[in-house]
Design a protein around this ligand. Sequence first.
Ligand code: MN
Length: 279
Amino acid sequence: MNNRTISHIIKPQLVIEGAGVLLRRSVSPRASNEYDPFLLFDHFAFNNPQEGPIRGFPMHPHRGIETVTYMLDGSVSHRDSLGNAGVIGAGDVQWMTSGRGIMHEEMPRRGESGNIYGFQLWVNLPAAQKMDQPRYQEVNSSSIPIIKKDGATIRLVAGELDGVNGPVTEIAAAPLYMDVKLDPASRFIYPIPSGHTTLAYVFEGAAEFGGQIVESVSMVVFNDDGGQIDFKSATGVQFMLISGAPFGEPIVPYGPFVMNTAEEIQQAIQDLRNGTFVK
Ligand code: MN
């Protein structure tokens, strides 16, 4: 089987979001929809308690997308217009399908180490599901399978590996989302279906993907030119592997909304004004 090669590498940009949260952003929603079905990838990394309180993301709406929060250190406390409230702790995942609309608040908190470290991925919804009822899948750290093989340690959030399935299911993009850690001098080969958009976010160490060395912190975008990806690391690496089936539909992003037409964006704004956004 051929190995997929690297198309390009994105260096994350620092951006300020919410009430003043500094993030590393490598993918942001654009009409060109280059990473279909993935819309956004943000990396929260606060490692200096001198930075003071983290202001977080006060109540805001979403429509037409799924937001996936995965924490490695610290936590995010959240509450929403459906009456859900809780804390996403280290190793936990929240997969939120906004459908037609939710309003929620997301407030990062430091862990015992003083650090906050995690990721938020946005996955698109197909036109036929953008106005569905919202849904949450809250996954506790203890229910994420850990697969160890040949110096690789994989936490499988969504998708399949060696007959094991991740706990997040029934997602339109049929995504793969896994946290992969490679020991020094190890190798991991993963088969990827043809046509699936595939990204790897390297956040610790360095690796060789398809013959090219990639240092953290980098978002690697793969070409659709092979049936597998061959990951090697001389010195050790940790990355998020993200893959999914593109929808091939036009998109119109507008802040926290991603719809298919400008009219649907206008409708979302009007629903917010009229108080009919959340039903
Ligand atoms: Mn949000």
